[in-house]
Design a protein around this ligand. Structure first.
Ligand code: APR
Length: 238
């Protein structure tokens, strides 16, 4: 059914969460062994942590930066890049900060939560490649300021550029495909809702139930995203 909807849709947007990258080897947040398992995200990934829990904050993001550079996009990312090239999807709205959609070849990507490929100085704004963050003194800017990851922390606004791009994609969407998100975090989780309100079909592919399943036209639970996308790609090529 989804393959037909994908063929018929004149404007399709894909919305991804951390479940999109678990098959690359990166943990998600709220699954069994997720990053927030046994941890309070407010003590690690928030403006409070940036100011008052700096050692754990830096250690957490140094670990994530190392993990992201150690792994790579999987077949599911590559299929989405192929679909963009063939005009089957028009853009990706992602909560992920790993940059794997762009690395796989997608060009129309709205990174709602910023990117862990870049870090920047909290004093002068100087940007650096994130690889520098894991070197000695990686958190020291040349100006003497403290360098932090260029991602959205809990308590911060989402970047205007990403919001504008996401708004544009969602406004035109006739089909919205959600891949690998629990849809628990706002305002990101408003986008699939807006697509539905704008009259788009909503499809949710997620191992576990999500907050928006009751809104969806099609829900797929218990299947891994990589295998599901490969199955759709085979149907598209029949
Ligand atoms: N295939 C399908 N679904 C999967 C897979 C997979 N291979 N791996 C994990 N999942 C599902 C999990 O069942 C889970 O419900 O992906 C979902 C990921 O949900 P979360 O871990 O909550 O991640 P996400 O929705 O992206 O979190 C949103 O929370 O902490 C913040 O900034 C962080 O961007 C993140 C936001």
């Amino acid at each position: 059914m989804f393959a037909n909807w994908l063929r018929e849709s004149r404007s399709t947007v894909v919305f991804t969460g951390a479940g999109m990258s678990t098959e690359s080897g990166l943990p998600d947040f709220r699954s069994q062994n997720g990053l927030w398992c046994g941890k309070d995200p407010m003590l690690i990934a928030s403006t409070y942590a940036l100011e008052n829990n700096r050692d754990e904050f830096v250690e957490f993001y140094q670990m994530r930066i190392k993990e992201i550079s150690k792994h790579k996009p999987h077949i599911g990312h590559r299929i989405l890049a192929e679909w963009e090239k063939r005009g089957l999807i028009h853009g990706i709205i992602t909560q992920n900060v790993d940059g794997y959609h762009q690395e796989a070849g997608n060009e129309q990507v709205a990174e709602l939560h910023g990117s862990l490929r870049t870090v920047h100085c909290t004093r002068c704004g100087q940007k650096y490649d994130a690889k520098r963050y894991v070197e000695p003194h990686g958190t020291d800017c040349e100006c003497g300021g403290f360098v932090r990851p260029s991602i959205v922390l809990f308590g911060e606004m989402l970047p205007d550029e990403a919001l504008t791009k996401a708004d544009e994609l969602i406004r035109r969407a006739e089909l919205c495909l959600v891949l690998g998100s629990s849809l628990q975090v706002s305002p990101a989780n408003l986008y699939p809702q807006m697509a539905k309100e704008n009259g788009a079909k909503l499809v949710i592919v997620n191992l576990e139930p999500t907050e928006l399943d009751t809104l969806a036209d099609l829900v797929v639970h218990g299947e891994r995203i990589g295998a599901w996308l490969q199955q759709v790609e085979e149907e598209m090529n029949r």
